[in-house]
Design a protein around this ligand. Structure first.
Ligand code: THG
Length: 666
């Protein structure tokens, strides 16, 4: 029986993993010689070469205690960790050997009634890619090599465990899946994240962020291990129970480690572990249990007893399509609102952004991002397209800073997929890719979908094809429909697609532009009606290019309102500049609607009413009210407060200088 058949057989059985490898190796009081010499002392993975009987004993003890699954002694068998012992070039060999060893011992215990399985263990390594300790490609290659050894050694499934950094998980998953492709065979995948005592992963991810980020991947089991005992895992397990589409695992430590004489001690008894996990199985539907640091064969024996009698509680998890920063998820569907995507981090759309980028003022760009958080944006569009600059580098430099400094997910906006990928390789969250289309044919269209799959992202699809930008509702819809079918066939779920029927300017006075508003609104209605579960997005500000800022603000707000009425649910906007309908003069509303739907009036050939001319006249000489982000006008105390609360360095020195005038040092 394969592991997946065993896992999914009805009635569902509780599956028991083994306990701690490290703890039970330590208990054997191994000498430097056992480790193969002083230089390898402490390298548990090398024991499969230097003293395989020690590892075999741990495996046998857990199998004898009743474990269904044992983990290979490969937690740190990637070249990155092994290189700390100058064993970096033996990663494949050690991983394969460890897998073969575990398999042969599992076979000793395996019977048709109680098959035993081997999980290829892949720990996180010692470096966090999100914090720049290591780059994605290096990490990916190392995991891929480790996974190849485990695969060839015959593991029944892979467990990417003790994950501390969401970007590291993506590198590991992609490394393992590359091996599946290479070998032409898939094996089950389990991911186990570690939630620290303070309630997040080490880099700060909530459990909801981790789930959102991992949801696009073809994994079989998702759960928690390490860091704490079961009690501090309760809320995270509850969350997974309510939301995760994956089988849930829970592999706690034997309690929180206590430092006694410089050594970690774990005090949770087998009975206590058993009680806690019984509850998780019965109340939250946890199906896979086991032990992490500090757990011994008697802990696992206690778990085997409950597995024999319990059935995991059936669950009906609720999926919430969402993007995510590394910290928290951001649902695509915003109750009573639309998904607000901040437009201001755009080098081709904003002079301020362009100047900051040219000066490589990264702090300034981060401040621009933070300002948009204050303005109420839900996601930030990031565009560094600017001639004469190295866009791949700019994307990497900017996104790597935004990721840790801003709590919102990112939308990577570029016409070049290479720039998107540069961003994806540093963005551990779940991004949106803006955008793909058929302008350069199907290969480019699919390239972006491939990125979306590889890095777990949503994708914006513009209604542009080989013939250019669609100008009529019919053509916009036809392209959307073509893309919808292609993307679904490719394995992208409909809720990850954001159609952009293109908000083209209605502000030019050119005859063929007059219909742009009407056609776009009509296209929104059709897409909404006929392409189930997709999202619809527009870059609203395009509509009003060239008009004076006051007129733009009103026209953009009106167009946004009309598009939402028609079924649009996401928009790239300057959040602070959107006016609620109630704040727009009814006369202005009427003129804007007339412009959006091209309700000019003619007397014969002569235009007697032109809403565009009317709007221009109404706003002649008018300026916009201060937008909400303007801090310059606040009292000095308030401005200082803003700097501190927002962690914003930009302009801090000026503010401090002013504060010194009012509050001179004594
Ligand atoms: N669809 C999708 N993506 C897009 C667009 C779209 N990305 C880019 C753009 N269009 C949306 N973003 C902007 C950003 C700024 C402006 C308009 C659209 C803008 N800028 C001011 C101007 O040009 O006058 C300048 C502001 C400044 O300098 O600060 O209007 O349609 N998928």
């Amino acid at each position: 029986m394969s592991f997946l058949e065993y896992l999914h057989a009805e009635p569902r059985r509780v599956i028991v993993f083994d306990g701690a490898m490290g703890t039970n190796l330590q208990a054997q009081n191994l000498t430097a010689e056992d480790f193969g010499g002083k230089e390898y002392e402490g390298c548990n993975e090398y024991l499969v070469i230097s003293k395989p009987e020690a590892v075999a004993k741990v495996h046998r003890d857990f199998l004898a205690a009743g474990a269904d699954v044992i983990e290979t002694d490969t937690f740190g068998s990637s070249s990155i960790v092994l290189s700390e012992y100058n064993l970096g070039d033996r990663a494949y060999e050690i991983s394969k050997k460890a897998a073969e060893l575990a398999k042969s011992i599992a076979a000793e215990f395996s019977t048709p009634e109680k098959p035993r399985f081997v999980a290829g263990s892949m720990g996180p390594g010692t470096k966090l890619p999100t914090l720049g300790h290591i780059d994605y490609d290096t990490l990916y290659s190392a995991f891929r090599e480790q996974a190849a050894g485990l695969f060839d050694g015959g593991v029944d499934l892979f467990i990417i465990e003790t994950c501390q950094d969401v970007l590291q998980i993506k590198a590991a998953l992609n490394g393992v899946m590359a091996v599946f492709r290479e070998r032409g065979e898939r094996r089950p995948l389990m991911v186990s994240v570690t939630m620290e005592q303070q309630g997040t992963m080490l880099i700060g991810s909530e459990i909801g962020a981790a789930l959102t980020i991992l949801e696009p991947y073809p994994i079989d089991i998702l759960g928690l291990n390490c860091a704490t005992g079961p009690d501090l895992m309760t809320e995270h397990i509850r969350y997974l129970s309510q939301h995760s589409p994956f089988v849930i695992s829970c592999i706690p430590n034997a309690g929180l480690p206590e430092n006694i004489g410089g050594h970690a001690h774990y005090k949770l008894t087998p009975m206590e572990l058993r009680l806690a996990l019984t509850r998780f199985v019965e109340d939250f539907g946890v199906q896979v249990i086991g032990g992490c640091c500090g757990t011994r064969p008697d802990h696992i024996a206690a778990l085997t007893e409950i597995a024999a009698t319990l059935t995991p509680k059936p669950r009906t998890p609720q999926r919430t399509p969402a993007a995510a920063s590394i910290y928290s998820p951001q649902p695509y569907d915003q109750e009573n609102s639309f998904l607000i995507i901040g437009e201001r981090l755009n080098a081709s759309g904003s002079k301020k952004c362009r100047d900051l980028l040219n000066a490589e003022d990264w702090d300034g760009l981060v401040a621009l991002a933070r300002a948009q958080v204050r303005e109420g944006a839900h996601i930030l569009d990031v565009n560094v397209d600017y001639v004469g600059r190295d866009g791949v580098r700019d994307m990497r430099e900017l996104v790597s800073r935004l990721v840790t400094n801003v709590t919102l997910p990112l939308m990577l906006d570029s016409t070049e997929w290479q720039k998107m990928e540069a961003g994806l390789k540093v963005a551990g969250g779940k991004c949106l890719l803006n955008s793909t289309n058929f302008e350069d044919g199907e290969p480019r269209f699919y390239k972006v979908l491939e990125l979306a799959k590889t890095y777990g992202a949503g994708v914006v699809v513009g209604t542009i094809d080989e013939e250019g930008m669609a100008r009529t509702a019919e053509k916009k819809f036809a392209i959307a429909q073509r893309a919808y079918r292609a993307a679904l066939d490719y394995g992208i779920p409909p809720y990850e697609i954001f159609f952009d029927p293109l908000a083209l300017p209605i502000s030019t006075g050119i005859e063929e532009d007059r219909v742009n508003g009407r056609e776009t609104i009509a296209a929104i209605r059709r897409i909404r009606a006929e392409l189930p579960d997709c999202h619809i997005l527009l870059g609203i500000s395009n509509i009003s290019f060239g008009l004076n800022p006051a007129a733009r603000q009103v026209l953009n707000s009106m167009f946004l309102h009309e598009a939402i009425q028609a079924g649009m649910d996401a928009a790239i906007v300057s959040a602070a500049k959107i006016l609620p309908l109630a704040k727009i003069d009814p006369e202005h509303q009427r003129v804007c609607r007339d412009l959006i739907y091209d309700l000019r009036r003619f007397d014969g050939d002569v235009c007697v009413y032109d809403p565009l001319a009317e709007l221009t006249r109404l706003f002649e000489g008018k300026t916009t009210p201060q937008d909400r982000s303007q801090v310059e006008n606040l009292p000095i105390e308030e401005r200082l407060k803003r700097h501190i609360i927002d962690g914003d360095r930009l302009g801090l020195e000026d503010t401090l200088a002013k504060a010194l005038e009012k509050y001179p040092p004594p």
